[in-house]
Design a binder for this molecule. Structure first.
Ligand SMILES: Cc1cc2nc3c(=O)[nH]c(=O)nc-3n(C[C@H](O)[C@H](O)[C@H](O)COP(=O)(O)OP(=O)(O)OC[C@H]3O[C@@H](n4cnc5c(N)ncnc54)[C@H](O)[C@@H]3O)c2cc1C
Length: 414
């Protein structure tokens, strides 16, 4: 039997882009259906490091560019959601803030220019130099002085990305379906029916007024179907690969960037705990993850060990600590008009529309609130408005939330 779902907007993809857009459009009275073929957050979102950047990372070359200024307002937007402020785009009370601050540690002198950028009116990021016992425990043994390290605390929060996805799924309850668009894959026109195959074998049909492509890397395949033809498309999709490193049995909770002379951090460390034994895990990105994409896992682990030994020479890893890696692509949109060369990061969320199909990439988790605003604006520009009652309760199967990368099946710890 086929269930018919009357939705104003069909959202494809249950990462932060789709889920935040769902929360925003629901609040505006739209009847939305979000479809996720895998698990919620299964793409990049739960694999992200959960840092709500205020842009300081992008000012490491001392310049406050457009990337830094676009993201500067995001930490406060998220804090309003986490406090549950009236008028905030999503009520995120209960989502754990893993760290209220982020630490930057570096050779003396390197940070002074960044601290200056942080203090600028554009950045609005509190940057504080830490000395002595004010330093985080794992940096207290670091040598200070001319040949030591400087430590700074920056007002950027870190969230548990999995808990965020779970909370957004709760906000979207009743509108999120575990399934996928069913073939045949032909061009879609506004008002034409789209068939869904649910994971429990049921079929559904939806005739949305608009479709939002929020499928991360999956947007590449969906774009052609929804009219983003290669020649005249206002946007193209790109991937930028990473080879992340995980350290299980790590010495303690830690959230920090090791800053070198380049414009990106050498190491970006966030922390979590395994679901089975609660063991501490360090999740390590930064330049090591970008430069390690051609390395085999064992080589990447060795390279990360060397980098950690250089950046934290005073650190002794606990006996029994084990390593693993994760390959994952950052999936982004690039506006045709931007002239951005392939492989470079866009500065802001990217939203493009063809008729009543809107393709959306947040570029960063932190940009999700801004992305949803832009999607809502595009729907308005396309003349899509909510139905009178806005209610939707398709009673179709809901997807699970993806596990943290270190809890995923098939991770090989060495
Ligand atoms: C390792 C890593 C670390 C990061 N760290 C940070 C960070 O600390 N801070 C920050 O701000 N940003 C960070 N980012 C960037 C951030 O994670 C992404 O910008 C963001 O999560 C993208 O969200 P999304 O919803 O667009 O895509 P995704 O999270 O990839 O979600 C897309 C979803 O669509 C689904 N899908 C695929 N195909 C289809 C289809 N045909 N139909 C329907 N659904 C489909 C997928 O299963 C998936 O669930 C990081 C990214 C990576 C990879």
């Amino acid at each position: 039997m086929t269930t018919t779902v009357h939705a104003d907007v069909l959202i494809l993809g249950g990462g932060v882009a789709g889920l935040w857009t769902l929360a925003r459009l629901k609040r505006d009275g739209f009847a939305c259906l979000l479809v996720e073929p895998d698990a919620l957050g299964a793409g990049q979102t739960v694999a992200s490091q959960g840092i709500i950047h205020g842009g300081l990372k992008y000012a490491l070359d001392g310049q406050v560019g457009s990337a830094a200024s676009a993201i500067a307002a995001m930490p406060e937007a998220w804090r309003a959601c986490l406090r549950g402020d009236a008028g905030a785009p999503a009520d995120l009370r209960g989502v754990p803030v893993l760290s209220e601050h982020y630490v930057y540690w570096t050779s003396p002198g390197v940070m002074s220019r960044i601290a200056g950028a942080g203090a600028s009116r554009v950045m609005r990021t509190a940057v504080e130099r830490l000395t002595g016992d004010d330093r985080p425990a794992l940096l207290r043994d670091a040598p200070a002085g001319l040949h030591g390290v400087d430590v700074y605390r920056v007002g950027e929060i870190v969230l548990d990305a999995r808990a965020l996805v779970a909370r957004l799924a709760e906000i979207g309850r009743g509108c999120v379906v575990h399934g996928a668009l069913a073939p045949p894959v032909g061009a879609w026109r506004e008002g034409a029916p789209l068939r869904l195959r649910c994971r429990d074998g049921r079929d559904a049909e939806v005739r949305p007024s608009a479709v939002v492509l929020a499928a991360g890397a999956g947007n590449e395949e969906l774009m052609t179907r929804f009219g983003f033809d290669a020649g005249g498309s206002p946007v193209r999709a790109q991937r930028r690969p990473l080879h992340m490193v995980m350290l299980r049995g790590a010495p303690g909770a830690f959230f920090g960037h090791c800053v070198g002379t380049s414009s990106s951090p050498r190491l970006t460390i966030t922390s979590g705990a395994t679901a089975d034994t609660g063991e501490r895990v360090w999740y390590i990105g930064g330049r090591i993850a970008e430069s390690g994409v051609d390395r085999a896992p064992a080589e990447q682990i060795a390279a990360a060990g060397r980098e950690l030994a250089e950046c934290m020479a005073w650190l002794r890893l606990p006996e029994g600590a084990r390593w693993a890696t994760l390959r994952i692509d950052r999936a982004e949109g690039v506006p045709a008009s931007s002239g951005l060369l392939p492989g470079l990061r866009p500065d802001a969320p990217v939203v493009a529309r063809v008729g009543r199909a809107v393709a959306a990439w947040p570029t960063k988790l932190a940009f999700a609130p801004l992305l949803a605003d832009e999607v809502a604006r595009e729907l308005g520009a396309a003349g899509v408005s909510p139905r009178a009652d806005g209610a939707l309760n398709p009673a179709l199967p809901a997807p699970p939330v993806a596990p943290h990368p270190w809890d995923a099946e098939g991770v090989r710890w060495t």
